[in-house]
Design a binder for this molecule. Sequence first.
Ligand code: SF4
Length: 386
Amino acid sequence: MDQRPVKAIGLVSGGLDSTLAVFLMRQLGTDIVALNVASPFCTCNARAFCGEEGRVLSISKMLDVPLVVHRSGREYIEIIKQPRFGYGKAFNPCQDCRVHTFEVARRVMEERGARFVFTGEVLGQRPMSQRLHQLHRIEKEAGLSGLIVRPLSARLLPPTVPEKNGWVDRSRLLDIGGRSRKKQLALAAQFQLRGHACPGGGCLLTETGFCAKLQDAFIHGQDSDEQLRLLRVGRHFRLDAHHKLIMGKDERENNVLTGHAGPGRVFFAAARANGPVALLDTMGERPASLEIYTAAASLVLRYADVSKDEEHPVSFGSDPLRMADEIATRACPDDDLLRYKLPEKLLKPPPWAPPAEPTGQADQHPDDVEWVMCATTTGGSTGRDE
Ligand code: SF4
């Protein structure tokens, strides 16, 4: 008889619940490969992905399990544009996001010769993806029916294949449910687990301000990887269908913007006053008109240290360190500012998306959700969601 430990893929987010899940499964003798499915919209750190540089790596070291990081890319962007199960309160397609995460987990499971997947999900903790019928639907969609063990809630759930087959001792799994974290915190203290949770972490897809920028980028086809990274920086103004202005809010953001010189990019700054740097994105090939240049210059003056009722020179050029040309105009008046600002409300459904499948679940998302998540992975962590 094969006495080798059964191998499993443990989804880890860097949060408390998934850390506990790995700890518990390791105690049961499971041979674990930790998997972090990192979203481009995670806010755990400024480098966009938390996997390799962040908490997940230190937790995998602390628990002495190998770590695989999957960075979701364009396939994830397409999911956001057309989720099958709809959005949460902002632009977060949580159920589709979870299906994607588990599909990645299934692939890694097959590649690594593992027999099942486990997560730190807690029954009832998250309103859009951790109710019983949602857990079942998500695992079925991902091709993992019966193959996902949730050690924190297992005894509240029907037995899985690994439990029925004796690969996992069900009697040593837990029965935690609901949104309180008290039991998990007590267990973390008991087991002396440290380093979990991402205090600054979360998912940008739950933040309305960010999602307004994302929708605008999708609508106007300005959604290359670089353009999506720039959504994290500055104030964004829509000048016309082909031209967007991004303005730094502080010195750090000004410096980030000046690092994005390239074809179709023009930089603006007040010529003889303190103020922001702005990047005009002309989508690569479309030269901007004088009207667009004047609008960009007037917006720069709006946020510069200049009197608002007279003309001032604004430098511009494709090289942010040598803006050789100048244009003179006045600071942007209120009515133009309103015209250029992105809408504060999200378009739902967004104009490019077909109606979501009638799941009856997406609309049940309460507005006062305070649960938390980091990256796209398992339960347990600390960002806002759904
Ligand atoms: S909140 Fe979490 S589950 Fe929802 S879209 Fe963001 S990462 Fe995915």
